[in-house]
Design a protein around this ligand. Structure first.
Ligand code: AMP
Ligand code: MG
Length: 405
């Protein structure tokens, strides 16, 4: 049986990032860029006012007060028509282009319009202005030709904004992988059905779908496959058209655990079966090599917590890598055990826990977990506590690695 680290290394070596594709900006959030992006514009495109006020000749205000003739009013979107000369001013709003001749803007709060004058006049007080005050010069934020984003950067909302500003409505990026999901088991019925005696609802299908979507994959839920070679083979063939096929159930040692055999019959090469891990030992992994692109196939154990742990340890990093992200998996931290824990057996264990942070103290307690079929306890968890293999009592106060859920 291989170790967790060996298994992770193998799955990551099999995961090859697909060629980048043009993606519309509206679909680009959280994708990784595959090109350097140069700006085709200066921003701002003109010297612009950063306040509402009057565009003036700064020298007019050398004494702190002035009485100026108002030439025109420009709001954002307008262009100025008159040159500002000494003794005059143009009323200007935030974002509007600075008229020629003006070299500063005085804020509206420092001015008062003279209603009594025949021609519109403005009184300005208390404002020895610097040249350039309240003006953002053209190209201050970015210049034509400048590289503003680099390949391998993740596109966050702010990058979407910047790309829109420079007019890039399509970018080269690594697309989301297509992930087919197939839950297997004669006992399974869809979640909207009442199980007959002996049956249970398919909870793994919806859970894995949620995990895939959370990890940035595009899910294709193939529903439930019965434990029957022909029926499974048909669904498997459909699933192999995806980048990744995730099955649940049918990979242990039971009489109806047909998944490995059916996958091999469909031409999927077995890479490993079983990992030194609790929960999740029966994990199966293989690769279907095909001209249209390889499909990575994970047979997750049927018990829900085993399925989730295997997804987090192996499938999530693979999806991260396919998307061009660092395959870092769940975030690793440390906690101080608040409860004693008896670890038994030769398999490293991921145990549901609750991390609570009070000031500098990071306490973690184990939950009363009933094993890999108990997904209810996991809903109370916010982390998985890692216990290394070997029989040992972990006393409270021990520092343990934890993985945030
Ligand atoms: P298996 O790996 O097929 O032997 O299944 C192991 C256990 O997980 C059995 O108790 C199954 O009933 C249960 N199980 C399998 N598939 C699912 C599923 N999709 N949703 C919930 N439980 C499942
Ligand atoms: Mg089964």
């Amino acid at each position: 049986m291989i170790s967790i680290d060996q298994a992770l290394q193998i799955v990551l070596e099999s995961a090859l990032r697909a060629a980048p594709e043009p993606v519309p900006l509206a679909d680009a959030l959280n994708l990784v860029l595959a090109e350097n992006i140069a700006s085709g514009i200066d921003s701002p495109p003109h010297d612009k006012s950063t306040v509402d006020g009057y565009a003036v000749v700064a020298a007019d205000l050398a004494t702190g007060t002035a009485r100026l003739a108002i030439l025109e009013e420009i709001t954002a979107g307008d262009v100025p028509h008159s040159k500002v000369k000494p003794g005059s001013a143009t009323r200007i709003m935030t974002g509007a282009p600075i008229p020629s001749g003006a070299d500063a803007v005085v804020m509206i709060e420092q001015t008062q319009i003279d209603e009594t004058a025949v021609r519109p006049m403005v009184e300005v007080f208390d404002s020895p202005l610097r040249v350039g005050e309240n003006i953002m010069p053209r190209g201050t934020s970015l210049r034509v030709g400048e590289t503003v984003l680099s390949a391998n950067q993740t596109i966050r909302p702010i990058e979407v904004g910047l790309l829109a500003e420079i007019g890039r409505t399509e970018v080269l990026a690594f697309r989301r992988p297509q992930v087919a999901i197939l839950a297997t088991g004669n006992e399974l019925v869809p979640a909207n059905r009442v199980p007959a005696p002996g049956q249970i609802r398919n909870s793994n299908g919806p859970m894995i779908r949620a995990l895939v979507e959370q990890a940035g994959g595009v899910s294709n839920d193939l529903g439930i496959g019965r434990d029957e070679k022909e029926a499974l083979a048909t669904l498997v063939r459909e699933g192999l058209n995806s980048d990744v096929l995730v099955l649940s159930g049918g990979v242990s040692a039971g009489v109806l655990d047909l998944v490995p055999e059916v996958l091999e019959m469909a031409g999927v090469e077995t890479v490993f079966h079983r990992v030194q891990l609790k929960p999740g030992k029966p994990l199966w992994f293989g690769v279907k090599r095909q001209p249209s692109g390889n499909c990575l196939v994970f047979g997750l154990p049927g018990n829900p917590v085993s399925s989730l742990v295997c997804f987090e340890l192996f499938v999530r990093p693979v999806l991260q890598k396919l998307r061009g992200h660092k395959p870092s998996g769940l975030e690793r931290q440390e906690g101080i055990l608040a409860t004693e824990h008896a670890q038994q057996g030769q398999r490293p264990t991921y145990f549901p826990g609750v991390l609570s942070i009070e000031g500098a103290r990071r306490e973690v307690r184990t939950l009363n977990w009933q094993g890999s079929a108990d997904q209810r306890s996991l809903t109370e968890a916010n982390c998985l506590i890692y216990f290394p293999p070997g029989d040992r009592i972990f006393t409270s106060g021990t520092v343990v690695p934890i993985f945030l859920l």
